[in-house]
Design a protein around this ligand. Sequence first.
Ligand code: G3P
Ligand code: CA
Length: 284
Amino acid sequence: MKKLIIFLIICLFSISSVGCSYSVYAKKEKKEKKVKTEIIAHRGADDRAPEETMSAFKLAVKDKADFLEMDLRETKDKKLVLMHDPTLNRTTNGKGDVSRFTLKQLKKLDAGSWFNRKYKNERIITLEELINRYGSNTKYFIETRRVNNKLKMEEPLVKLLNKKGLIKKKKVVIQSYSAMSLQKIHKLNKSVPLVQLTLFKSKKEFTDKKLKEWKKYAMGIGVDSKLVDKKLIDKMHKNNLKLYVFFLNDKKEKSEQKRVINAGADGVFTNYITYTKSLTKSSK
Ligand code: G3P
Ligand code: CA
């Protein structure tokens, strides 16, 4: 009898240890399956060089960011330049609306000293100049906006990307707060991956109706980190949408990046490329 009890205890112990090693393995397996979070260099490496300049993008390419993020503006002579603000005041020694100047006039401006005197020779660049420099050696996350409330940049943008072969080579994503801009691009070329940027104030605004609407033209959405958590990410994934995170609160960006990457964000618009790389390595 005593032998039987000892035999039963040994059997029970071995079954439980096999079970727990399997669950540890399964957890590790699932974790490993986690899709990598894309590192999207917000306005280039704008922590170390003046945003949206060739120096900022050069650093981001050197750091092997997955994407270069940039903002388009249209000049008076219809050129597509890289500039976040609608005016020149913050990031150049010029003043006034970008759309009121020709490219030639803009090229005379100093687009680097505001950041650091050593960048005094930086100039405003066109999207074409950036693509001519890096071509398909990097990927482009391009933000469109309406020009004086009109949809003017979509056609020249799609034409340029087609000419450079970047759509065919899957090297570009276009993002916008303007649904109309994205819908126009979708009509022009359905194979361009699109991301609908949002500025909602509450998670409740991400209704099934909204998601269904976005799904008609976009593959993903952009959301400020304060609204992002695992529940929202899972909801997007269930609706076959990716979720990309930007950080309106610069001061909290690093801690927020850690949180949203661990929650499963598909990409982050980072102002700190090397920091984000350290997180995505450890979040496996
Ligand atoms: O494009 C994503 C993110 O950059 C949106 O915010 O204002 O930096 O263009 P903003
Ligand atoms: Ca942007």
